[in-house]
Design a protein around this ligand. Structure first.
Ligand code: MG
Ligand code: MG
Length: 248
């Protein structure tokens, strides 16, 4: 789908709300705080900006919060609740917002206090892999070059890329086709055009790539218990190069 100028402007506004959710959640998360209270802080941003949540009541069973909070070996889709953050944790926070029917979606992983050298490197490499992917978002380039770039950065550091969960086109729904794998899937995929908008979201594990879903039917964890990080932006392909919507 190619979005017109008016649609892109709405998506940029949704992206700014998501960026503000990032700011507020980052300022809230610290040792001793529950993940439910981080969700509450994010709800207040949505309310203040007149935005709707694209996470709340999503799927089946309906997701019960406006953000996902995924701790340590949890990769994505963690449900905020009474869990208390501790010094040394890493916490992935995924946020989304809808403005006038248009969606934004972005995630980051943060250190809670001082974390291990391994954890720190995992965060740096995963964020670097996202930006390597974004660098491929040029008019005329093929979509799967994004995943090839993500994978090469993550694997060069000795980490592995999750296969079962991927990025996606985004617009009037959060998850639109085509998918955006974080690895080379064996074919170059569609050609990127001006007005295409994608959520690119590498999930990188310190250990092996395999995943497992917990009994709550949402929380996805690493099968080997290793740490995992997740960074995501919503980005438009434009004639002037990639434009990241989910930044301030
Ligand atoms: Mg997301
Ligand atoms: Mg996403």
């Amino acid at each position: 789908m190619r979005r017109n100028r008016d649609e892109l402007a709405k998506m940029r506004r949704a992206g700014r709300v998501v960026a503000e959710m990032h700011e507020v959640t980052r300022a809230t998360a610290r040792p001793g705080v529950t993940t439910a209270s981080i969700d509450q802080a994010a709800r207040e941003v949505l309310e203040r900006r007149g935005a709707k949540s694209n996470f709340l009541n999503y799927g089946n069973p309906p997701f019960p919060a406006v953000i996902c909070t995924s701790l340590n070996s949890m990769i994505v889709h963690g449900i905020p609740g009474p869990q208390v953050l501790e010094e040394g944790d890493i916490l992935s926070i995924d946020c989304g917002a809808i403005i006038e029917g248009y969606h934004g979606d972005a995630a980051y992983t943060m250190a809670i206090g001082e974390v291990s050298a391994d954890a720190k490197r995992l965060l740096e490499v995963t964020e670097a892999s996202l930006f390597a992917g974004i660098d491929q978002m040029k008019v005329g380039n093929r979509l799967h070059e994004i995943g090839r770039a993500v994978q090469s950065v993550a694997e060069a550091a000795g980490f592995s890329v999750v296969r079962e969960y991927v990025g996606h086109a985004i617009g009037t729904a959060m998850h639109e086709q085509p998918q955006v794998p974080n690895y080379w899937p064996g074919s170059p995929g569609p050609t990127m055009k001006a007005g295409n908008v994608f959520a690119v979201e590498p999930m990188v594990n310190l250990g092996r790539a395999a995943t497992r879903v917990l009994d709550d039917q949402w929380s996805v964890v690493t099968a080997d218990g290793s740490l995992s990080a997740h960074f995501e932006h919503t980005i438009a392909v434009t004639d002037d190069g990639p434009q990241i919507f989910t930044i301030p």
